[in-house]
Design a binder for this molecule. Sequence first.
Ligand SMILES: [Ca+2]
Length: 441
Amino acid sequence: MNMSLDALVTDRWRTLLQVGVLALTVTLSSLLLSACGGDEPEPPPPPVVATTIPTPIVATPVPEPTAAPAPTTPPVLSTPRPPAEGAYGLEEVGTGFAKPLYLTYAPGDASGRLFVVEQNGTIAILRDGKRQEPLFLDIRSRVGSSANEQGLLSVAFDPEYAANGTFYVNYTDKGGTTVVARYRVSADNPDAANVDSEEVLLRVGQPYGNHNGGQIKFGPDGYLYIGMGDGGSAGDPQNHGQDRSTLLGAMLRIDVRTGGPYVVPADNPFVGHEGVRPEIWNWGQRNPWRFSFDRVTGDLFIADVGQNRLEEVSFQPADSPGGENYGWKLFEGSEQFSGSREGMAIREMTFPIAEYGRSEGCSVTGGYVYRGQELPDLAGNYIFGDYCSGIVWTLTPQADGTWLRTVLMQAPSEITSFGEDADGEVYVIIRTGAIYRITSK
Ligand SMILES: [Ca+2]
């Protein structure tokens, strides 16, 4: 009797202890994650979100030209060197932005305007050190931003914006669905978009509020690249990263400039593969919040936010045919995370060129390879940072193919994004509303 009572008491204590530990773990996780702005606890998933994706049009393959292409002279590039310690700082170029998430310029625009994306659904012009009003675009009536990672997430101006006045946005709507849409500038006012000109090109249902990706950018090939997160929650419960039948957990490459709502380029890596979405350019992504192309070489740098341990920067060379598997959720960075590889060899994964753990930050923010004129000693260095710690680093390519990571500076607060102007100067965007340009001291 005593034995069983002891056992009962022990069991009760064990249960209470387990509940206590669980509660403590949940509380600590919530605190950590809310502090990190990362995977805050999610509300239960909404009722099944209809994913209305138009049937993709796949371009007809163009026969290879028979004549040899004209020889091109590669640019002469000096060997990048890591930055000297303490040599760089930040110059404030604007304040008062409302939760700014991104900054870019319009190609062919000689006005010197910068366009700042604000999370709740607006794009403000930064000119002469001021946030200009009225706003360039205000689509707050369409954008849902109730969760930390939702909102108007980026803008990409058409490479021929000066001639056609079109640009593209990526936002989550009121139901949490990712929307990629085209807009046009007003016919009579270059500082105002035509808010009624929206043409939706793509909708992707999001099962949870976080990990919406959000970056869109034109590649050197004129195609639009889209970063899609794994759909959210934590640990990718539906395994979207390794599932190529969904657009989640991948980077997409589509042609938005020749027809349809969009056309899938015939040379996308999975065109014709059964059960695989042909829009996918690479996969195994968790939340590629920011990516960019080196404007000289065309190389692609992808910063993928980690789960519990490792933040990573991945690399895709300009001559890649696409199709890389960047690992999630089989791997978080270079460490095995979850699930069976089902015969997939490690050599079929592409591992990061750089990663760091929780002692240095908790949510990587991708930046740019510096190609500006004002800081020639930084040329060829990839600049990126961490949202939580505000540390900014460079990655410098080494002769042996590895990348050297060096601290460039400490930003004053949370880095939501980096930005680049027409001249290749690089900006740091701070969540509290300030924009800084990277300068030498
Ligand atoms: Ca990865």
